[in-house]
Design a protein around this ligand. Structure first.
Ligand code: LMR
Length: 393
């Protein structure tokens, strides 16, 4: 039977990780997968997480099952972080998921159960795995234009024009902050225009929030999501704790759904059902650590301080790279690097130029020229800048 299986194209981002590992050149630079790295190239366990793990080890008395949808304390702590302290408790359903990817998957499944004929609208470009999962699910999706390659910024008029074709009950997937792969984000004013449009269309926003705290700050990065949540009657939010808590391998995510209060219980029940059908209970360890960090004032303060160090470090690298490129190119055409936010920027180089940088300089970035700013340090910024200019990008 298994000889009928066809080879699957490897995920491009994950394949790049393998290629990088296999490269023997000691000067190699990894700007591929979206994982934070410090100046020495390590992805540290955050201080507050380490402290919470120690506390948990000392106090945890059982590993028996928790609630199917995850612990209510985790839901509340995450809802407060994402939506703010005054989130509408009577309208919120929540589901602990296997990372942010699991939250996206369960959100797509929920949309399909509620409205089997819906189309899911996705930014062009988006995180490639969004498209891969939707295709695997045989779920209809359409792309809306998002990025202007010439200015490396959001092509907002084109986005709004394309979203004009959205039908009632369609789902529009938006990146809450730190757009992956471009690094180009909506302004709060533009979020307001999107909210107006989706409200008028009767469409459901679904926000993928994977990098809260990596852009302009913890609250600032949630501002668009909060605006949408305050305006639209029905909203889905798929949030990840992988990056901002540095717990990638713990697979900690959450799907939050806002409905009217009368629909809340059936929505909550459906979410729990989705976990049971797909994998039963979500992992608990990471969710428990996140809950401890968010609800203990000392741990929270420690975590916020470290997250801020990480954020400011990435901003500093952005500014250094933009300055270096400004000098080498004798132009301001790379200034967008300092304006983008989060881990990623799309450089706008061709796949051939990206390949040239890999072959000639051992610099690894995703083929669409997405680079992970956190893969740089003060020594590699000038090396990358030179390679970019030499590649003709
Ligand atoms: C990325 O975009 O690199 C990350 O979200 C990691 C992944 O799973 O692709």
């Amino acid at each position: 039977m298994f000889n009928t299986l066809k080879p699957q194209a490897p995920d491009k981002i994950l394949a790049l990780m393998g290629q990088f590992k296999a490269d023997p050149r000691p000067t190699k630079i990894d700007l591929g997968v979206g994982v934070y790295k410090d100046a020495t190239g390590l992805t540290p366990v955050m201080r507050a997480i380490k402290a919470a793990e120690k506390q948990l080890w000392e106090t945890e008395t059982t590993k028996t099952y928790t609630a199917l949808a995850g612990e209510p304390a985790y839901h509340a702590a995450m809802a407060e972080m994402v939506l703010g302290a005054d989130y509408p408790k009577d309208r919120l359903s929540a589901l602990a998921t296997v990372g942010g990817t699991g939250a996206c998957r369960q959100g797509f499944e929920l949309a399909r159960m509620a409205n089997p004929g819906c189309t899911i609208w996705v930014s062009d470009p988006t995180w490639p795995n969004h498209l891969s999962i939707l295709s695997f699910m045989k779920q209809d999706y359409k792309l809306y234009r998002y990025f202007d390659n010439a200015s490396r910024s959001v092509s907002f008029d084109a986005m709004i024009e394309d979203l004009g074709a959205v039908k009632p009950g369609d789902v529009v997937l938006l990146h809450g902050c730190c757009h992956n792969p471009t690094g180009a984000n909506l302004t709060l004013e533009q979020w307001g225009v999107v909210a107006d449009l989706l409200e008028a269309k009767g469409a459901i926003p679904m926000i993928d929030l994977a990098y809260q705290g990596f852009g302009d700050g913890l609250d600032e990065d949630a501002a668009g999501t909060r605006l949408i949540a305050s305006r639209l009657p029905e909203v889905m939010i798929a949030a990840s704790c992988s990056k901002n808590f540095g717990i990638y391998r713990e697979r900690t995510g959450i799907l939050m759904v806002l409905t009217d209060a009368a629909t809340r219980d059936v929505t909550q029940g459906t979410l729990a059902y989705l976990n049971r059908q797909n994998y039963s209970f979500a992992p608990d360890h990471g969710a428990r650590l996140v809950t401890m960090v968010l609800t203990d004032p000392a741990l929270r303060a420690e975590w916020m301080a470290e997250l801020e160090e990480v954020r400011l470090g990435m901003l500093g690298l952005r500014e250094a790279l933009a300055a270096e490129l400004r000098q080498l190119s004798n132009s301001d055409r790379f200034d967008f690097v300092a304006k983008h936010r989060g881990m990623f920027s799309r450089l706008g180089a061709t796949p051939e130029q990206v390949e040239t940088m890999r072959v000639d300089n051992a610099i690894y970035m995703v083929g669409d020229s997405r680079l992970n700013i956190a893969g740089l340090n003060s020594e590699t910024v000038p090396i990358l800048a030179k390679a970019i200019i030499a590649s003709g990008a």
